[in-house]
Design a protein around this ligand. Sequence first.
Ligand code: ARG
Length: 704
Amino acid sequence: MAATNTSADAAQMQHINAQLEKLGITDVPSLENVQLFPTVNPIDVYRAQIIKKVQEITGAEPKVIDNAVQWTQDLKHGDLCLPVAALRFKGKKPDELAAEIAEKFESPLVQKPTADKGFVRFFFEPTALAQLTGPTILKQKDQYGFNSSLGHTDPSDPNSPQKLVIVEYSSPNIAKEFHTGHLRSTIIGGFLVKLYERAGWKTLSMNYLGDWGKQYGVLSQGFDKYGNEDALKEDAVKHLNEVYVKINQDNYVEQKPANELKAKIDDLKKQKVPPKPKKPAKGEKPQPVPEHKWTDEQEAELEETIKKLQAVLKELEEKPSIDEKARRFFKRMVDGEPEAIANWQRFRDYSIEKYKDMYARLNIYFDDYSGESTVLEEDMERAAKVMDERGLTELSEGAVLVDFGKHGKPKLGKTLVKKRDGTSLYLTRDIAANSERHDKYHFDKMIYVIASQQDTHVAQFFEILRLMGSPYSDIVGKCENLSFGMVKDPKGQTMSTRKGTVISLADSLDDVHNFMHDVMKKNEDKYKQVEDPEGTADILGISSIMVQDFSGKMANGYNFDMERMTSFEGDTGPYLQYAHARLCSMKRKSELSDSDLANADFSLITAKEGIDLVRTLAQWPDVFNNTLKTQEPVTVLTYLFKMSKALSSCYDAKDTSNKNAKTMSVVYAESPEKKVALMGLYESARQVLANGMKLLGLTPVERM
Ligand SMILES: NC(=[NH2+])NCCC[C@H](N)C(=O)O
């Protein structure tokens, strides 16, 4: 859980004021509008300035101006821009108003703006921007860009209580494969938790294990037959999966004769019914109906055969099968029989232990391992009663179902909420768990990170909760479903356990690890200097997977392509890690300390490439705020690649504005002051890169 830093904002403001004073800039709007921004960053000073001046010129409300001012996609369109139509100003045409604002606008921080049709484009004074931004980043370090007041019930009061968000994610099924879908849920959920923490929320990571249902009755029988204590302790996830696969094969073989018989009977029954005439295609004449010319004896004979087969089937089905035994066993588990529960409990505990190892590799920790098994029968009973009282449910052949068509949502179809034998379902458990969590934690928001294949399931359970009325409907009002697209194989094919094409988490982590380790070993000198090469290879591998996952919108699927994601070229994890490690190496070689850099004179950064890098670094706080709105990791990632590109164009840039200036290389700097300034700039870039990477859940490496 995150903690807030109550005095941070005041301190930040003081620091910025001191910087401004040093720059001799006093006409900054007494910074009154800065209170619009919960956390103060240089970019906010510019916003405040623009708001103030635009207010003076147009008389528009500061809040309205604040909402209208946008950042630009490309620096050539300015640092911030104002689409004047968004001021909702009656009387003047947008381009006239834009021209008027550009004409009258004056500020020591901002150059003369340009009017571009209905837009006013603001370009910051580069020297002042560098002198404000660089020192701010070097001072705020791993806090730069984040906004810890948003998670408070009153963002302007750091002493007001923090809000709580529960993120439910990962949620694998015990004994079944931990597949790429679970991996995707895990890293997206991990990102959301970090995002909310950085915005000052209290967060709770919840893992809702698939650990209940008849399949655990199947598993128990499998363990009796194929289980091995040592293997269970060694790697429960792997072992239980093997056992589960074997017992399911047995189950399949066992049921094969009955299933074949069923198919045969269906086939015979079909023969009894005369074939239906085919619907004629457009323009075609109706075909004559083939005659059903069976004699009565033949009919009777067929009838007889069907009866015989049905008798055999009945006999087969009455033998206690694995399936039937599993059903009975599960019933005993539901009834809480200690003997029935004992094995299952061990399976669960050992599996969690193993999951924890895997999560640690991904830098992810859960506060609560709940699961389908933890949902209380009495809560499901209570929910069932409410559903009944509200007229939501109906009986159908002994089972209970909801027909959404009768409640204005025909698209959601029908769904079972209780089986004929009275046991609960996945859906029933989700319904009851929702309010249980609220009773336990009183969350302000809960986000379910679930694969899009389950969109209908989530839509159904949310809708049922809404229909159930208060308090259920109030609680579901605080819930969000974050649905993500499917991960496919490199050729874009669906991965399936049956086809043997599912990539398991452990295997894919090991594969990328090995790949990156081989890459590292190719450079012997560097390799020798890496303190923990195995650990570093792991981090690089995981970065590859995560960056690939975050490269598009979450709703879109992608192809799991080991070759592409591990490449050092293109927008990949290794590329970002390399950019970070290179900056670290530069700092080591410069032999400058943080306190040397604290005195960096950023006015010495004059090359266009350097200025553009500063301008990009100044945007980071806005990118963070925007990410909170989109909740999309790609918002962060796109920015980090843009920034890394601005950075790499600095490496061989020459300062054309200054005859004596050399390249932007720290080593060849023309004076000790310039060396410090350049290193200060690169260290600021490293800090922003690290902040962004960590927000995504990546661990930036110092050497590789
Ligand atoms: N509340 C939920 N239904 N969460 C999603 C659970 C995912 C489920 N265990 C699965 O692997 O498919």
